[in-house]
Ligand binder design. Structure first.
Ligand code: PLP
Length: 377
């Protein structure tokens, strides 16, 4: 039996998602752009998912565009806004702990002549809304700020920052990568003050390869992928109806239990912290008020990959830092003041609705054994 605690990297598709995908492959297999009945059925299948997902973020369904995942959504948000508004306004403000799909895209835009300002946490390791507002000026076209950090679970002050910015600079477009918040915290476009929101299906028990970008009505986004004008020309390419249907099914299922899961996960995290407090050499890297779904810890004197593989040999799957950066030292942890040996020994435990206390016991026992047995830095 394996204990899967790498849910920030990806989640197991739920039964409802798998069934919806299979139905869309076997029954509604048409091309949603086709004008005959099979096309219409596929279109209806996609409309259903769009309506569900739009509803979960409190937006109109015509403002939700399907993409191949949040990496593409983030690219579309940054590049699309830069192309639409960047002729006169050359500044983009992001946080210094964004996922690579925002950070690297910002770096690419920098090479094209944009000025990128990366707002960092203060010395206390926390982000302040005022610092984002202070980084903006009349030359700023976009502010992009993730809601929950994928490595530590840190909850960013998105709502406060966007509201301050809106008051000072009403024309600045606001974007939030809500991948690690969606279906874990309430993600509502209006409450967050976000003009654009990126979502990913495989982090919410959907299937890999599909995501969405919400674009507020009236906000111009120049498409990155051009072609047959699917998704109203914002994202050309035949839509993956099975993946979209699965996304909708997963969102529908999870949207009913956001609050109760949050409470349960808070209890689970505190149970885990209790177990870890009895072990030598463990430092908790996630702040206390982080998302309960992610706990980042360091094991003193043990390199994370070595510990990760030891845990794997015990059937426990966790991650070292971010799964996207495969083995590379995380710059994000450094931003949070986690450096040197502590960063080298960082292990990310990420839970899901299905995680149990018994599984956390197996993890804690395996960690205890690893601390004893694993040599090597
Ligand atoms: N943004 C965040 C915060 C993430 O954690 C991830 C995936 O790890 C992504 C974006 C990219 O999502 P996708 O895998 O759908 O491209």
């Amino acid at each position: 039996m394996s204990v899967y605690l790498d849910n920030a990297a990806t989640t197991k598709p739920c039964e409802e998602a798998v069934k919806a995908a299979v139905d869309a492959m076997t029954v509604n297999f048409g091309n949603p752009s086709s004008l005959h009945r099979a096309g219409l059925d596929a279109q209806l299948c996609m409309d259903k998912a769009r309506k569900i997902i739009a509803g979960t973020v409190g937006v109109q369904e015509e403002c939700l565009y399907f993409t191949s995942g949040a990496t593409e959504s983030n690219n579309l948000a940054l590049r699309g806004i830069a192309a639409a508004y960047g002729r006169r306004k050359k500044k983009i403000v992001i946080s210094s702990v964004e996922h690579a799909s925002v950070d690297e895209t910002a770096s690419a835009l920098e090479k094209e002549g944009f000025t990128i300002v990366r707002v960092a946490p203060r010395e206390d390791g926390r982000f302040y809304a005022a610092d984002f507002a202070d980084a903006c000026d009349e030359d700023t076209c976009l502010v992009s700020m993730m809601y929950v950090n994928n490595e530590t679970g840190y909850i960013m002050p998105v709502r406060e920052a966007f509201s301050l910015i809106r008051r000072k600079f009403p024309d600045i477009i606001t974007h939030s990568d809500c991948v690690q918040a969606y279906m874990k915290l309430p993600v509502r476009a209006k409450a967050l003050g976000a003009d654009l929101i990126s979502l990913s299906s495989h982090k919410i028990h959907g299937v890999k390869g599909v995501g969405a970008l919400y674009i507020k009505k009236g906000v111009r986004v120049v498409p990155v992928i051009t072609g047959g004008k699917q998704e109203k020309g914002i994202r050309s390419g035949t839509e993956s109806v099975p993946l979209i249907a699965a996304f909708g099914a997963a969102a529908e299922k999870l949207s009913k239990t956001i609050d109760e899961r949050y409470e349960r996960l808070t209890e689970l995290k505190s149970y885990l912290l209790g177990r870890l407090s009895g072990l030598d050499g463990i430092t908790v890297n996630s702040p206390e008020d982080a998302s309960p779904y992610i706990l980042n810890i360091s094991v003193t004197g043990k390199r994370s990959e070595i510990m990760l593989h030891f845990l794997e040999s015990c059937g426990v799957y966790v991650s070292s830092g971010s799964a996207c950066s495969k083995g590379q030292q995380s710059g994000v942890l450094g931003q949070f003041g986690i450096t040197g040996e502590r960063a080298d020994g960082a292990v990310r435990i990420s839970m899901s609705a299905e995680t149990t206390e018994a599984e956390l016991d197996i993890l804690a026992d395996a960690l205890a054994e690893g601390i004893e047995k694993v040599r090597g830095k």
